[in-house]
Design a protein around this ligand. Structure first.
Ligand code: AVJ
Length: 372
């Protein structure tokens, strides 16, 4: 489904609507972030029906939640965004030189602020630019696309509003000689090791040999610094966490009373992950009418809303290699199979080693013939 973007609401006098529309295409998948696989909200039902209770982190990102996340990125305690930005500032041109003319696909594009550093690098070396942002939050995606088109007169954008899985499966072939899928901001940390492995396999499937993957990951560091980043003094992270309940209320006709829950986050040293929870302040029952779901809470019972894993670059590179080696792609009749792998080419970090970028290339591993 294609959607035209209306420019009336944007104070962008420099852009004519025709110009905008010719350079912008938005593909919108079903409006519910969990509707791709089976039934909308099934993941909510499953998460709230088990012990301990969990909710998928993607439900943070309705439009208000995405705005709160933008505020988190500017908090003094939240070092990841500005550290990753500094690394990109220093090395974007090196990345552009390695890939040459490349379409940029960004998973979880949000406000696309960091993407500008990459776009600048491609523009600086005289390359045309194509950008494919993918995000579940349509409002922010469209808004930032319009701003980018205004600032980059030669940029074309094809945005996808939906989950990564749906969008990756639906990506049009690259408009430029190669493509780089960017997964920045350590969003990878939301996936547990098993999900991570599955996701790497999906990425490898979406990439053609020669194409690139740029990963931004938060690295292991002192517990004190990590916990401060997720318990900010202004309470923005708490508001972000609690907003998930409001989002569920709206989406699934729920009656969560936000004041009956409290934000909690801590570092789990064994699993190297920050965990965010919502703690029920009393025994209570919550109903989600659209899901035909009634959930009982004991006092002090928690819902885990997010894990945010902290990585070790050597371990991650090892994992990237081993995951792709197990990915055997069988074709129609089983006659030939191309095996692809993700090869880490370069890593970059800041002076404190707080955050890391890993550039991988999808490479064809071997051409095999199978007797069938
Ligand atoms: C967007 C998943 C990378 O884990 O740091 C920020 C989300 N949660 N503060 C993170 C988040 C609480 C963020 N990621």
């Amino acid at each position: 489904m294609l959607e035209s973007v209306h420019t009336e609401t944007q104070p962008l006098s420099a852009l004519s609507p025709t110009d905008l529309q010719s350079r912008l295409q938005i593909t919108q998948f079903a409006s519910d972030p969990s509707s791709t696989a089976t039934q909308p909200g099934l993941d909510v039902i499953q998460g709230l029906s088990k012990t301990p209770k969990t909710l998928p982190a993607k439900y943070f990102y309705d439009d208000p939640g995405s705005q709160l996340f933008e505020k988190i990125c500017e908090l003094p305690e939240y070092y990841p965004t500005r550290t990753e930005t500094a690394i990109l500032q220093a090395y974007a041109s090196e990345i552009a030189t390695i890939t040459g003319p490349s379409e940029l696909v960004e998973l979880g594009s949000g406000s696309s602020t960091k993407t500008r550093l990459l776009l600048d690098a491609y523009v600086d070396i005289g390359l045309a630019s194509w950008y494919c942002p993918i995000d579940v939050s349509g409002g922010i995606l469209k808004q930032s696309a319009i701003h980018l088109l205004k600032d980059y007169p030669t940029l074309n954008i094809h945005g996808y509003v939906g989950t990564y899985e749906a969008a990756l499966a639906a990506l049009s072939p690259s408009q430029l000689p190669t493509r780089m899928i960017c997964f920045l901001g350590s969003t990878l940390g939301n996936l547990n090791p098993q999900e991570c492995e599955h996701f790497f396999a999906e990425l490898t499937q979406a990439l053609q040999p020669g194409e690139y993957l740029l990963l931004g990951v938060d690295l292991q560091k002192s517990v004190q610094q990590l916990e401060a980043a997720y318990n900010d003094s202004q309470g923005v992270t708490a508001a972000f966490n609690l907003n998930m309940l409001q989002h569920l209320n709206q989406r699934f006709q729920g009656d969560f009373q936000v004041e009956n829950f409290q934000h909690q986050s801590f570092y789990n040293r064994d699993k190297h992950q920050i965990e965010m929870h919502l703690v029920s302040q009393k025994a209570q029952q919550v109903n989600l009418a659209a899901l035909d779901l009634a959930v009982k809470f004991e006092q002090a019972e928690t819902i885990r809303t997010e894990i945010s894993r902290k990585f070790d670059l050597e371990t991650l590179k090892h994992q990237l290699r081993s995951v792709s080696q197990t990915l055997a792609v069988s074709s129609g009749g089983g006659a030939t199979s191309i095996q692809k792998e993700l090869t880490p080419l370069r890593t970059w970090t800041d002076a404190n080693q707080w955050f890391g970028l890993v550039l991988c290339q999808c490479q064809e591993k071997a051409q095999m013939t199978q007797g069938n």
